[in-house]
Write a protein that binds this ligand. Structure first.
Ligand SMILES: NC(=O)c1ccc[n+]([C@@H]2O[C@H](COP(=O)([O-])OP(=O)(O)OC[C@H]3O[C@@H](n4cnc5c(N)ncnc54)[C@H](OP(=O)(O)O)[C@@H]3O)[C@@H](O)[C@H]2O)c1
Length: 363
């Protein structure tokens, strides 16, 4: 099969490096283009990431000699070279919104890890196992942008992926309210312990903007399409506290939940075990075989032991038990830069290709 040609905008950053790593040997996608800020433009990728390569595996050979382009100045050039781009840049929100629209209007589909377009009403925010049907909004978005191929699709914030997938198959019981406290890894801030020594032996009880995202984003994912817009779900009510903890990778969530029709613990575990999403049906290359895992051991899931489950694409739970104030409580874990960021982006791209929203045009 001829591969799709792929560009990574922000390829030198923490999430961008993950994308570069995930493109290595991908059966459908071939990395041809990397772009970043003017600081990196003109250097080879190897030179541009020298001293800040944060992945555990070496820089893929195929990426080393790619000359980094300027993400802002080279939009037309990049759009002419690739079938679609992944985007993960650290810029002001309004600048990101404008940059992503420029790529879409240049007829280059954008799969974004940034939050800038998450609340644009005709931009789907997709966790492929939870709301693949939101891709049906893309024709309406294309009509607004005046494009034939170009559009923007985003993935949700990394924090929600440690608890919203676990709640998803339980919505049939009517989730009345949920309380979550997240314990978030430092890679979520684009950092390693070397670059953020203040985090060793520390906990910071504040992550700017994260609690609002944690409370609101699941409602868009569970929303419905109406008149060319995604209307967010009215419930459940979610309250969140988000803490930064000294963990390199892997966001953990302590979850408390109350239902309108309370299921048994056995029903919940059975629902988790049986859950299959569209990526599993389509057998997408990055889809975990079992999306939701439950650990019976009382001291699991643990970030170090369990974040890499199924290539870091599975979500794991443990410690499901009755609560004194809510119906139940449990713990969830997901890998924030794989499932929560680049891996989730790659899975979304695979879904978009499999469902016919991205075609192969560049040879
Ligand atoms: N880390 C996570 O777990 C995570 C999870 C979900 C979403 N995200 C989101 O993903 C995005 C990137 O996060 P990150 O952690 O990868 O950040 P990062 O490590 O700071 O990387 C930022 C990237 O943006 C590029 N950049 C900065 N200014 C630019 C400009 N003016 N024009 C073009 N490119 C520019 C940088 O290029 P240079 O190297 O040339 O400076 C670099 O490639 C953010 O929006 C973040 O919120 C991150």
């Amino acid at each position: 099969m001829e591969k799709y040609k792929v560009g990574i905008i922000g390829g030198t950053g923490m999430v961008g490096q993950r994308f570069v790593t995930l493109m290595d040997g991908h059966p459908w996608f071939q990395l041809t283009t990397i772009a970043a800020s003017p600081r990196s433009a003109g250097k080879t990728y190897e030179q541009a990431v020298a001293g800040r390569w944060a992945m555990k595996t070496p820089i893929p050979e195929q990426a080393k000699d790619i000359v980094v382009l300027d993400a802002g100045a080279d939009v037309e050039k990049i759009a002419a070279m690739v079938d679609f781009v992944f985007c993960a840049v650290d810029m002001k929100k309004d600048e990101i919104r404008a940059l992503e629209e420029r790529y879409a209007k240049a007829e280059c589909p954008v799969i974004s890890n940034n939050s800038a377009h998450r609340w644009t009403p005709d931009v789907p925010m997709v966790v492929p196992e939870m709301n693949p049907e939101h891709l049906e909004i893309i024709p309406a978005q294309r009509a607004r942008l005046g494009t034939k191929r170009g559009f923007i699709a985003v993935k949700s914030n990394c924090s929600i992926q440690s608890y919203a997938p676990a709640l998803h198959p339980l919505r049939k019981y009517g989730i009345e309210k949920a309380l979550v406290c997240t314990y978030q890894a430092i890679s979520g801030a684009g950092k390693t312990f070397e670059r953020w020594p203040e985090m060793v032996d520390n906990l910071i009880p504040y992550i700017g903007g994260e609690e609002e995202k944690s409370e609101q984003e699941p409602l868009k994912v569970w929303g419905r399409i109406e008149n060319g817009q995604i209307v967010k779900a009215e419930e459940p009510s979610i309250t969140a506290q988000c803490l930064r903890v000294p963990v390199s990778d892997g966001h953990t969530a302590a979850v408390f939940v109350t239902f309108k029709n309370k299921p048994t613990m056995e029903q919940i575990k059975a629902d988790w075990a049986a859950f299959r999403g569209r990526p599993q049906e389509l057998e997408l290359p990055s889809a975990p075989k079992q999306f939701l895992h439950y650990f019976e051991q009382p001291d699991r899931p643990q970030a170090r032991l369990d974040r890499e489950l199924e290539g870091g694409m599975a979500v794991s739970m443990g410690r499901l038990r009755p609560d004194t104030q809510y119906d139940y409580k449990f713990v969830g874990l997901s890998h924030n830069t794989l499932r929560g960021a680049a891996g989730g982006g790659v899975l979304l791209a695979e879904l978009l290709c499999a469902e016919g929203y991205i075609d192969r045009v560049k040879s």
